[in-house]
Design a protein around this ligand. Structure first.
Ligand code: SAM
Length: 238
C-alpha cells in the first residue's frame, strides 16, 4: 500500500452504532474492526471502557504521515461529495461543511488516540483476508466501507475469503454498506449469501437506521452455524 494512493476518511462510533445496529450488549463484547482506517470508533469505544481491535494496512504509517495525507486530500473529497450531492442523503448530515466537521473530527480523535492505541495493540497492521488472530478471539467482527463498496477492486474470491476469515475469528460478522461505489447493490452480495447459506451459516440482510450514501441502509449479518450437539454435549475441540 502506498500512502499517496490512500484517501483517509473515517467515521465515528455513533455512525458505527447505527450502521451495524450495535446494541449495548454488542458493545460490551470484544470487537474487531476490519479496515477501520482513521475512524474514531476504536478511540471512542476504548475511552468508554470497551474492547476493540482495528486492523488496517494504513497502520503501517506514522501519525504524522497519516495527518499529512488527510490534510492533502480532505478538501478534494468534500468537493467531490458536493459535486455528486444527489447521491447522498442530507437529512442527518445537512451539508458538506457539516460532513467535513464530522469526518475531520473523527479523524482528529483517531490521530490523538493512534500512538497509545498502537502501543496497546489496538491498531494492528493487517489486511483482509489475513487476520493474525486465533479462532474465536472476538465476539463480533465488523467491516465498514470496504467489502461490497469496493466491489470493482476486490474480487468475489477475496470477498469470500475475507468473510470466512472474519467468521473464523468471531462467531458473527457484520458488513456495511451492501452497495458499491456506483450506488448499485454489490454483484458479490447474492453469490456470497448463497455460498454461505448453503454451508449452514445464518445469513441476514438487516435494515439499519443509517443512510448517507443514497440507498445504503442495510447491513449483512452473518453467523457461524452452531457447533453440532452429539449425545447432549458439544464435542470438545481437537
Ligand atoms: C473507506 S475506508 C473506511 C474506514 C472506516 N471503516 C470507516 O468506515 O470510516 C476503507 C479502509 O479500508 C482499508 N483497507 C483497504 N484494503 C484493506 C484490506 N484488504 N483489509 C483491511 N483494510 C483494508 C483502507 O486502508 C481504508 O482505511
Amino acid at each position: 500500500m502506498r500512502l499517496d494512493e490512500i484517501v483517509p476518511w473515517g467515521r465515528t462510533l455513533n455512525e458505527y452504532r447505527a450502521m451495524f445496529a450495535l446494541s449495548e450488549q454488542d458493545l460490551a463484547g470484544a470487537l474487531l474492526g476490519c479496515g477501520d482506517g482513521p475512524a474514531s470508533a476504536n478511540a471512542e469505544l476504548t475511552r468508554q471502557g470497551g474492547r476493540m481491535i482495528s486492523i488496517d494496512p494504513l497502520y503501517q504509517f506514522t501519525p504524522e504521515q497519516i495527518r499529512a495525507r488527510i490534510d492533502a486530500t480532505a478538501a478534494t473529497v468534500l468537493a467531490q461529495t458536493e459535486q455528486g450531492r444527489e447521491h447522498y442523503c442530507w437529512d442527518t448530515i445537512p451539508d458538506s461543511a457539516a460532513l467535513g466537521r464530522l469526518r475531520l473530527g473523527a479523524m482528529a480523535l483517531f490521530l490523538d488516540d493512534y500512538p497509545a492505541g498502537q502501543a496497546a495493540g489496538r491498531y494492528r497492521v493487517a489486511a483482509l483476508p489475513d487476520l493474525p488472530f486465533r479462532e474465536n478471539a472476538f465476539d463480533l467482527a465488523l467491516c465498514s466501507h470496504l467489502l461490497f463498496l469496493y466491489s470493482e477492486l476486490l474480487s468475489f474470491a477475496t470477498h469470500l475469503a475475507a468473510v470466512r476469515a472474519m467468521l473464523r475469528v468471531a462467531p458473527e460478522a457484520r458488513i456495511f454498506p451492501l452497495l458499491d461505489l456506483s450506488n448499485q447493490r454489490s454483484p458479490h452480495l447474492a453469490p456470497l449469501c448463497a455460498t454461505l447459506d448453503a454451508e449452514g451459516y445464518q445469513v441476514e440482510i438487516v435494515p439499519v437506521e443509517y443512510e448517507f450514501q443514497r440507498g445504503a441502509n442495510q447491513m449483512l449479518r452473518l453467523s457461524r452455524p452452531p457447533a453440532p450437539i452429539i449425545n447432549g454435549s458439544v464435542p470438545a475441540k481437537p
